[in-house]
Design a protein around this ligand. Structure first.
Ligand code: CFM
Ligand code: HCA
Length: 533
């Protein structure tokens, strides 16, 4: 394996080779702490799948909040090409309070770049208030805004005073970080500073009130999770941010527990909620049947109520009885196959368990933009050296809220529970991987082709940008970002949808009809002729 990686890297210039080598690890459980380099700058021109800070802020974290209008201050492309492509679904009781289907942008032109776009932005806010009457407004900056120095914070402040509405600005210019991860952090800080805790609720609305953090309702995932949680007896105050709303988010402080699905995108808020309101957070994973069951049991253990523990087991039993017979035929098709599982952040890890349940072994996995703790576990956080790029987005200084801070469970019980369940913790991807499997950070086009050529996986999990590489090599892909047209994949019923889609990828006769273009005819055609001056 090491020889194989060396061979792949040898094609690079020496400096690039040295860099990329640190982003590739072969899993070896005999070595206790395997380190990987992550969250550093991509080599220019290497053809990565990463996105930008604007994508992480507006596209990922803010965008799904449905009763707000999200203004993109910038040239139209940034808004238009990120418009609804992530499939973060939303429904509202009041149809006038769901603005997700709109694409709202200041459509900056050359003259705005030269003379400044602040006035145009202020006019746009007035129009948005008049036409849509949203519950709140966000403004997200794209690259040129920072370059020309438009002060969007000042525009937002003035508009807030003028309209008496929660209007906030996010300085998430695309270049602010090395990937969309910086945008998550900016959005987390903004939501915490400007929205969470704005509501006037002092008490939770029910006995078991929880928030779900880092769940974006892609293809309806959070609806499937909530269906099961409601059946057990939980009240979900707000999902951050899939199908979420300003109205619910402002009272997020009342929850007794925060669940964290995608820690990469939202661990900052989880941590700040704990510091400010005393609410613990539990790492969950609702992707995969076993992981879902484990998460539900851990939640019940946290509350420690006998009736809740019993009800949890009843619901698990009922759900399993429904799905197990449906799963069998798909397992037969999938069993014995291998997969690459390369997604943006946490999904590169989360989906491995579901693959395993179908009998599929993950032989290579990685993340586009995750940090070392997502690979190595949260314990590594104190050992991560911060560099100029990561210092760019400061951590907010959060202190206990004088009025609302309540320790949700006694310190001793928390310590006891921490030995049993992942409270304020996650263990990272590497420890869960099989010996000899490969972990790659920020995989690029060239390495994708090379690893496929050597490891010949049966299926490749990817996004819209990279899925055509394997497909053209005759390998089925499973889009694990927006799920193409499918989903939900979370929870019990979601696992069936996933199994069906993956089995379909293997069983479809399509692959027999594909002849890669280079097998048919030469890529370049033409003749060389003498050129006379
Ligand atoms: Fe979290 Fe996500 Fe992901 Fe992510 Fe994303 Fe996404 Fe993703 Mo695409 S928040 S890190 S920034 S689970 S949009 S819903 S699929 S890359 S693995
Ligand atoms: C983003 C969003 C994205 C892109 C997915 C893809 C998503 O990073 O801006 O490359 O297929 O999930 O929609 O991650």
């Amino acid at each position: 394996n090491e020889k194989m990686i060396e061979e792949i890297l040898n094609k690079y210039p020496a400096k690039v080779k040295r860099n990329r080598k640190k982003h590739i690890v072969i899993r070896d459980s005999a070595r206790e702490n395997q380190e990987i380099e992550a969250n550093t700058r991509t080599i220019p021109g290497i053809v990565t799948n990463r996105g930008c800070a604007f994508a992480g802020c507006k596209g990922v974290v803010l965008g799904p909040l449905k009763d707000m209008v999200h203004i993109v201050h910038g040239p139209i492309g940034c808004a238009y090409y990120s418009w609804l492509t992530r499939r973060n679904k939303a429904k509202t009781d009041d149809p006038k309070k769901n603005f997700l289907a709109y694409c709202v942008s200041t459509d900056m032109q050359e003259s705005d770049i030269v003379f400044g776009g602040e006035k145009k932005l202020a006019r746009m806010i007035d129009e948005v208030v008049e036409i849509f009457k949203p519950n709140a407004i966000t403004i997200s900056a794209t690259c040129p805004v920072g370059l020309i120095g438009d002060d969007i914070q000042a525009v937002a402040k003035a508009a807030r005073a003028k309209h008496g509405l929660n209007i906030t600005a996010y300085s998430c210019e695309g270049y602010k970080g090395v990937s969309q991860s910086a945008g998550h952090h900016i959005a987390n800080n903004g939501l915490m500073e400007n929205i969470v805790g704005e509501g006037d609720w002092e008490e939770p609305p029910s006995k078991y009130t929880i928030n779900i953090l880092g769940e974006y309702n892609i293809g309806g995932d959070s609806w499937e999770v909530e269906r099961v949680l409601n059946e057990i007896g939980y009240e979900v105050q707000v999902v951050m941010t899939g199908n979420g709303s300003y109205e619910k988010l402002k009272n997020a402080h009342v929850a007794q527990l925060n669940l964290v699905q995608c820690h990469r995108s939202i661990n900052y808020i989880a941590d700040m909620l704990e510091k400010k309101y005393g609410t613990p957070w539990l790492k969950v994973n609702f992707i995969g049947i076993r992981a879902t069951i484990e998460s539900l049991r851990n939640m019940a253990l946290y509350f420690g109520d006998e009736a809740l523990i019993k009800r949890t087991e009843e619901v698990i039993e009922k759900e399993l009885a429904e799905i197990e017979p449906q799963l069998e035929p798909y397992k037969k098709i999938c069993s014995g196959k291998t997969a690459f599982c390369f997604v943006g952040g946490s999904r590169g890890h989360h989906y491995q368990g579901l693959y395993e349940e179908l009998g599929i072994t993950t032989v290579l996995a990685g993340y586009e933009f995750a940090h070392r703790d997502d690979y190595e576990g949260r314990d590594v956080l104190p050992h991560i050296k911060s560099d100029a790029d990561s210092k760019n987005i400061p951590d907010l200084h959060v202190t206990p809220d004088e009025r609302r801070y309540r320790l949700k469970i006694p310190v001793e019980r928390m310590e006891e529970l921490q030995k049993k369940i992942p409270l304020s913790n996650y263990k990272g991807m590497i420890k869960d991987m099989m010996d000899g499997s490969i972990v790659v950070d920020d995989l690029n086009h060239y390495e994708t082709e090379e690893f496929i050529r050597i490891l010949k996986p049966d299926i490749f999990s990817s996004g819209i940008k990279d899925k055509y590489i394997p497909q053209k090599m005759g390998i089925p892909t499973k889009q694990l970002h927006n799920y193409d047209y499918s989903g939900p994949y979370a929870g019990f019923r979601g696992a069936i949808n996933f199994a069906r889609d993956v089995a379909m990828g293997f069983a479809t006769p399509t692959w027999n009809f594909i002849v890669p273009p280079w097998k048919d005819k030469p890529l370049l055609e033409g003749s060389i002729e003498q050129c006379s001056d």
